[in-house]
Design a protein around this ligand. Sequence first.
Ligand code: GLA
Length: 404
Amino acid sequence: MADSRIETDLQTDMNIIENITNIYHEKFGHSPAHIARAPGRVNLLGEHVDYNDGFVLPAAIDRATYVAFSPADAPHSTLAAVDFDQQASFSAESISTKTQPDGSPLPEWTLYPAGVMWALMEEKLLVPSINAVFASDVPRGSGLSSSASVEMAFAIAWQTLGGWTLPPMKRALLGQKAENKYVGVNCGIMDQFASACGVENKLLLLDCRSLEWKTVPLPDNVSIVIADTTVRRKLTSGEYNKRRSACEEAVRLLQLNLPNIKSLRDVSVDNFNRLAKKLPDEIEKRARHVVEEIGRSNQAETLLKVGNIQNFGKLMNECHVSLRDLYEVSCPELDVMVRIAQSLEGCYGSRLTGAGFGGCTVNLVAVEHTEQFANALAKGFESETGLRPNIYITAASNGAELLK
Ligand code: GLA
């Protein structure tokens, strides 16, 4: 492909594995016993509804975190993060204080693997100390769940060394617990679920209340194109947690008239419209997004099954408007990326993906137009914003696994 910013596949897979293996060897003086891999994810529909018991439609992507590891012959684990060019240690004893054996605080990137160790220990599972080197080609802070991919890769690593086996959904739940209780981000289950349970070439439809899920085929004639604005957010910054609290407040207020509801999932659009004026403006906007987005994601399976990509794409476009105007998690660069995409030939739908506040858009594009679309999108975005975007034509991949 002519434009180097547009990548169609993961030529980096083997390079990353070779790199972490070599660095592991240099640091620890022997080859790693194992390599684990866990993917990032892209979400097509059902945004900011997982923590409201709604339905989400993500896919694991062909970008992942890779960990080279062996059991450590020491009371503490030593981890090297190639992407940060840093190393840190923690032990079962120091984990709850988030410190290294020398008393210094754990660097932020360490909180994700350390959080997983903490969550596994809470389950009373054997979590041996580990020597590990890891790297990722999931862009960080981009809405593609780089943190969940780190968590799920380390869950595989400790499962391998601990000699126990947990079902993928249980690993996902422990990753979510690590993020909620250890890292301090009140995220839902979607990211860890997609990273743990991904299936090649399939979308995943998850009911976030029952945790039942199934695969949904993506028609052959469409590609998923991810467009990274390169604008970065910080999920821990508090805006995400604020959105979640607003939803909880909406439930509390709506329960005054609808005592049986447990979450916004239980509120129909009609009931919501009837009661909306009783809510403070901001709470109303946040809750309206969630109630309507759950309605949209409810239609996804049927539309995809009959191959009605046109209408599915319309729902994606509506989702973006709602995330922009009601949930207020977009940003000018995401809006520009979506506007240009929606104007291009072959684009069925385009919207921001993930938590928002920067990061990526997801686009469904007719296969025959994909290359042209990607080039025109990159060019248009750069000329309007001065930013060089990264465009990935992605394939749905398998979930977290042990490669060696
Ligand atoms: C982040 C969270 C997810 C989900 C999305 C928004 O990625 O980790 O649980 O809430 O935002 O849909």
